[in-house]
Design a protein around this ligand. Structure first.
Ligand code: HEC
Length: 421
């Protein structure tokens, strides 16, 4: 080699000088990244002023979707930077496009820095990087994504023994005029309370007694539960207990999503023995202490990465929670699973078949995609008529229960009901 270089004479020397110069300029200003360091720094300031109040100071945990982490990368990672820049320009929601063009580029730079992109030359409205690069940097530079946590143990005090409602109270919920113990009132799923105080004649004179705001950006789809004068309501991530007489807040719990969320709606919780159980939009079952709101446990039982999300209120019978995911619009196969009340462990119901492939919980009905519309889980009813035949309301699945009509588990777990509730 050294002989060759000597032989090459002045040409080789020139080449050497040129490559040294290039190396120096590379060190001084790397051209690897799609934005400049200054843009990212300005973006961080703009974010703190215009975005943090909704998206959280650290880009996660606010009322608005996370802008960093597994859930964010799951949704945006494979998209071109252009898509994220367009979403940023829609912000703040009520004032889209009111920030300067440079500020929107700065904010995009700041978000890209947080996904692990290295800074480089400034991002401009006509940068090739907008279309050519993805929101997540190349696999080699992608930060390691930790797998979702299957089980999270809370710090909440153990549920006091004997705390209601008991199974007997739940069995009698259909006839209660005082409490509303289950999403559809009772296991019959009629949503009918035999109240005599409100009649067709006086219903028009009902007036609002009080109002309560959960402080979430989504709409309320919850079916409130009432037990001993307390009302339990859910939003997408928040769960609250309020005084049913004056709407005073008793406690509130905020779930921080661990994964991508689908379907930002929630239809309610289920209560029994001091536990409040609900599902989350990122596929977790969540147990809270009914009296204090303390977090007891969470278990990931649905796969939000394929579009499964819990929007329905679960049903609790004896020591099991029954729930199924929504998301047929995402092309998922519906299922109903049974899980242990004390820790959310899958706890199959005898008589219900396991899905082919032996997933951890039962999929009691797996249909072809085209047959799925209207078959994701919006509510569960456990009902029998006098002959022990299951009745079907406008909810979707009907599950046979022992001791409620006196028939065994799962003689026919799903009825062919169509249509959403
Ligand atoms: C008043 C609350 C609020 C503020 C302030 C706000 N956002 Fe948002 N943002 C939302 C909500 C709600 C959504 C989800 C619904 C939507 O896309 O409109 C959202 C969605 C987004 C998304 C898409 C996220 C996704 O996963 O779909 C991005 C990116 C974003 N915001 C960035 C910003 C930036 C950057 C700012 C600061 C300029 C900002 N937002 C300010 C409430 C807010």
């Amino acid at each position: 080699m050294s002989t060759m270089r000597l032989d090459a004479g002045p040409a080789a020397l020139l080449w050497l000088l040129f490559s040294l110069g290039e190396a120096q300029s590379l060190l001084a200003q790397p051209v690897t990244g799609p934005f400049s360091q200054e843009q990212a720094q300005r973006g961080a300031k703009s974010y703190a002023g215009a975005c943090a109040q909704c998206h959280g100071t650290d880009l996660v945990g606010g009322v608005a979707p996370p802008l960093a982490g597994v859930a964010f990368l799951g949704k945006w990672g494979a998209m071109p930077i252009n898509a994220l820049w367009m979403a940023v320009r829609q912000m703040p929601p009520a004032a889209a496009g009111t920030l300067s063009s440079d500020t929107y580029l700065d904010l995009t730079a700041f978000l890209l820095e947080r996904t692990g992109h290295a800074p480089g030359s400034a991002l401009k409205v006509d940068s090739k990087a907008l279309l050519e690069l993805k929101v997540a940097p190349s696999p080699a530079t992608t930060p390691r994504v930790t797998p979702p946590q299957e089980f999270i143990k809370g710090t909440g005090t153990p549920v006091p023994e004997g705390a209601g409602p008991t199974q007997n109270e739940l069995n009698a919920a259909d006839t209660s005029k005082k409490d509303w113990l289950y999403h559809t009132h009772g296991y019959s799923g009629t949503r009918y309370a035999a109240s005599t105080e409100i009649t067709p004649q006086n219903a028009g004179r009902l007036r609002a007694a009080c109002a309560f705001q959960l402080g979430e950006q989504s709409n309320f789809q919850t079916g409130p539960l009432v037990y001993n004068g307390r009302m339990y309501v859910t939003g997408v991530r928040s769960t609250a207990a309020i005084d049913a007489r004056d709407c005073n807040l008793l406690w509130k719990h905020e779930w921080t999503p661990k994964e991508k969320e689908s379907w930002l709606n929630n239809r309610g919780a289920a209560i029994k023995d001091g536990y409040l159980i609900r599902g989350t939009s990122d596929g977790y079952l969540l147990a809270l202490n009914m009296s204090s709101g303390e977090f007891i446990w969470a278990r990931r039982v649905a796969d939000s990465s394929i579009g499964e999300a819990f929007v329905m209120a679960p049903l609790i019978f004896e020591d099991r929670i029954l729930i199924g995911p929504g998301g047929s619009e995402n092309g998922i196969s519906g299922w109903v699973g049974a899980f242990r009340l004390t820790d959310g462990q899958p706890d199959p119901l005898p008589g219900l078949e396991h899905p082919a492939g032996g997933a951890a919980h039962q999929r009691v009905h797996v249909h072809q995609r085209q047959r799925l519309v209207g078959r994701d889980q919006h509510s569960l009813a456990a009902a029998h008529d006098e002959q022990g035949r299951s009745k079907c309301e406008s909810g979707v699945a009907v599950v046979d229960m022992p001791g409620h009509g006196g028939h065994g588990y799962g003689s026919n777990p799903e009825r062919d009901c169509s249509g959403h509730d």
